[in-house]
Design a protein around this ligand. Structure first.
Ligand SMILES: *[C@@H]1O[C@H](CO)[C@@H](O)[C@H](O)[C@H]1NC(C)=O
Ligand SMILES: *[C@@H]1O[C@H](CO)[C@@H](O)[C@H](O)[C@H]1NC(C)=O
Length: 380
């Protein structure tokens, strides 16, 4: 039995296909951003007893108690952060600046880093990066502040507002032709998000209506009736990351949390019958802690019409647990369609057989295809 499992792992993990010819550049990008930040309202956690207490506090039906996890006072902050990113374009030859070049700008969600878009798994099945390159797009993807190779900040500081300011700044730099491997100014740009990355993307779009030509929100919904933020927190069984795996995370302060175990990751990100257990193990082995203030601000994106004239797609797994309470059918367009009523095209797709962690399901390539078909149908 053991050897069979090892074999399965070998064929999935690290089995890079010859793949699409591509040229990638890694960057460390300084960005100076201003944001209005929420302030954590409790004492910093010392142990998982404090985290357990935090979960019951935030779950309180008494508003003064549940609200006490954030201070009533926000602070305005201007900071310079270094963000780590990768830009990939199709082909090996020198870029021809005259070629039409649509750049996708991808923001990952909680529990992941930028390898969400290009994991060390069978690339044909799981790499969004390889898929979009094979369709002629270029892609810029980066680690959120506090994650992966981007600058480390306190887990009581990283949150929606500073991540929004960072994505807006990165997008402006890319539109100016920076950090795109010498391909020049993109002819068009599209923001792509997953989960918390979609919340960040939505806020950037709302504040910068003319910044980009298209938007793709995955693992996401605006339907507040079925948003499941609290249950997500409970199902994830959050623990202090540095204490769970000091070998990996001792440098993180106690504001960084992570899922309790493999099965908590499965509950929150996967749907039975449509993932490989070795892939779920890969995701758990490569999970990335998130800031408690990201958790607390992640659902504070505005649910209001966005005066955006480009093309907008919402695509979530039908069985998405945190955003749809395990059924997205009939939910994504309501109120998604009215939020994007000014868009030149809007589509909501509830992808069968898929949970929240779209790119790690056996259906991943189907979702990639729906995304690039939507973009192509709308001149992107
Ligand atoms: C923060 O900035 C916003 C607008 O930029 C302003 O309305 C608000 O009063 C400021 N808050 C503080 C605490 O300075
Ligand atoms: C969420 O979707 C359901 C099903 O379409 C709908 O009945 C409900 O009104 C929606 N909620 C909101 C807040 O739009």
């Amino acid at each position: 039995m053991r050897s069979a499992i090892t074999l399965a792992a070998a064929s999935l993990v690290g089995a890079a296909s010859a793949g699409t010819p591509k040229t990638c550049n890694d960057y460390k990008i300084p960005v100076t951003v201003s944001s209005t930040n929420a302030v954590f309202g409790l004492d910093p956690f010392e142990s998982d007893f404090d985290v357990a207490d935090f979960v019951t506090t935030i779950a309180s039906h008494t508003p003064e108690v549940s609200a006490s996890v954030l201070s009533p006072f926000a602070v305005n902050v201007t900071e310079t952060y270094t963000i780590s990113a990768t830009f990939c374009r199709p082909g090996h030859e020198k870029p021809d600046p005259k070629i039409e070049n649509t750049v996708l700008i991808a923001t990952h969600g909680l529990n992941f880093d930028r390898t969400y878009w290009d994991p060390q798994l069978d690339k044909e099945t799981y790499s969004f990066v390889d898929w979009v390159l094979s369709k002629g797009y270029s892609i810029f993807y980066y680690d959120r502040l506090g994650v992966g190779e981007s600058e480390q900040v306190s887990g009581y500081v990283a949150q929606l507002s500073n991540q929004v300011a960072i994505l807006a700044e990165l997008t402006k730099l890319i539109k100016g032709g920076h950090y795109v491997g010498g391909t020049g100014r993109p002819s068009q740009t599209v923001l792509v998000g997953h989960s918390f990355g979609s919340a960040i993307t939505s806020e950037v779009l709302r504040k910068n209506k003319k910044l980009v030509d298209g938007v793709v929100l995955t693992g996401f919904s605006y339907n507040s009736t079925h948003l499941n933020g609290l249950e997500f927190l409970e199902a994830a069984g959050v623990r202090i990351a540095a204490q769970q795996q000091p070998g990996k995370w001792r440098q993180l302060d106690t504001g960084y949390l992570t899922t309790v175990d493999l099965f908590a990751s499965v509950t929150t990100f996967f749907h039975e019958g449509y993932y490989d257990t070795e892939v779920a193990r890969y995701v758990d082995d490569h999970k990335v802690p998130f800031a408690v203030t990201e958790l607390l601000t992640g659902h504070s994106f505005a649910i209001k019409p966005i005066d955006f004239k480009g093309a907008a797609l919402i695509l979530s797994g039908r069985y998405d647990f945190p955003f749809c309470m395990s059924d997205c059918d009939g939910v994504l367009g309501n109120p998604g369609a009215s939020i994007f009523s000014k868009a030149k095209a809007f589509k909501a797709i509830s992808l069968p057989g898929t949970g929240h962690g779209i790119n790690y399901h056996t259906t991943a390539a189907k979702s990639f295809e729906k995304i690039t078909n939507f973009l192509a149908a709308n001149g992107l």
